[in-house]
Write a protein that binds this ligand. Structure first.
Ligand SMILES: [Ca+2]
Length: 262
């Protein structure tokens, strides 16, 4: 009896390992059926499951993922390529053109508007280009792909939950790895840090108010201290590091935000 129960335990453990990953599109439909059962067991509803069923393997996302180049730009070169001067100039205009909104953002989260605006400019050119990849297809393709299946499976489940909640649809577009909206949140971060800034009952990161409130909330939840410095070496710079792993990106955000404020 003991041996049998151990065997049964092993079988259950194997069943819980999850859907079968693959390195090309041939197993995607089978994976979708397996992942659908996991998603349903995790509480994803009909809308989310239907979005999963309609997802297609994204060769473009896989190509982008395999061809990621690690850049080694110097800070000044990075800022020039990313159009830092334009982001600073436009960022100032955005704050001076809508002071009530940006003041309310600062008051709600304790993060300077200039920091949020610098991120907004850097991520999507202030919403000018939020990506053109189908989010559900991109994120489920990465969850299926063996390379980083575990990491992206969590975000894929989150994306399906967002479909259930109405913040995402089967046709929503985002960046190549499923990043969403004005400041390019991965779906799991929408679940964890998303804020319904405009109060319409849905967290929609393609809505600027929701997106900027969520961005400020992300920084606050990651430990932002209101009124404390955010330049390199100061406490809040550690929080900017949580937003993006690239050192030049972190420094560029801090410098641009200071120029927007100054
Ligand atoms: Ca909303």
């Amino acid at each position: 009896m003991l041996r049998l129960s151990i065997l049964a335990g092993c079988l259950l453990a194997n069943a819980a390992v999850g859907a079968t990953c693959g390195n090309d599109g041939s197993g995607f439909e089978t994976w979708k059926q397996q992942f659908s059962q996991e998603a349903a067991a995790a509480g994803v509803g009909q809308a989310g499951l239907q979005a999963l069923a309609s997802a297609s393997y994204s060769t473009r996302t896989i190509n982008a993922d395999r061809n990621q180049k690690s850049f080694r730009y110097e800070l000044s070169e990075f800022m020039r390529i990313r159009g830092a001067n334009t982001i600073v100039a436009q960022g100032r205009q955005r704050i001076s053109g809508n002071p009530a909104f940006y003041t309310s953002l600062e008051n709600a989260f304790g993060v300077p508007a200039a920091v949020v605006v610098a991120i907004h400019g850097m991520e999507t050119g202030f919403g000018n280009f939020m990506g053109d990849a189908n989010v559900v297809s991109a994120i489920t393709t990465l969850a299926y792909d063996c390379r980083r299946s575990e990491f992206f499976s969590g975000h894929a489940l989150a994306a399906l939950r967002l479909v259930d909640q109405g913040g995402l649809s089967a046709s929503t577009v985002g960046a190549m790895h499923g990043e969403l909206g004005h400041t390019q949140f991965l779906p799991g971060n929408v679940i964890a840090y998303g804020v319904d800034g405009d109060g319409n009952g849905v967290i929609d990161l393609t809505n600027i108010t929701d997106s900027l409130a969520s961005t400020a909330n992300f920084l606050r939840q990651k430990g932002w201290q209101p009124g404390v410095g955010y330049q390199e070496g100061q406490p809040n710079f550690e929080v900017i590091k949580e937003w993006n792993a690239a050192g030049v990106y972190q420094k560029a955000i801090a410098i641009m935000a200071a120029q927007i404020e100054g």
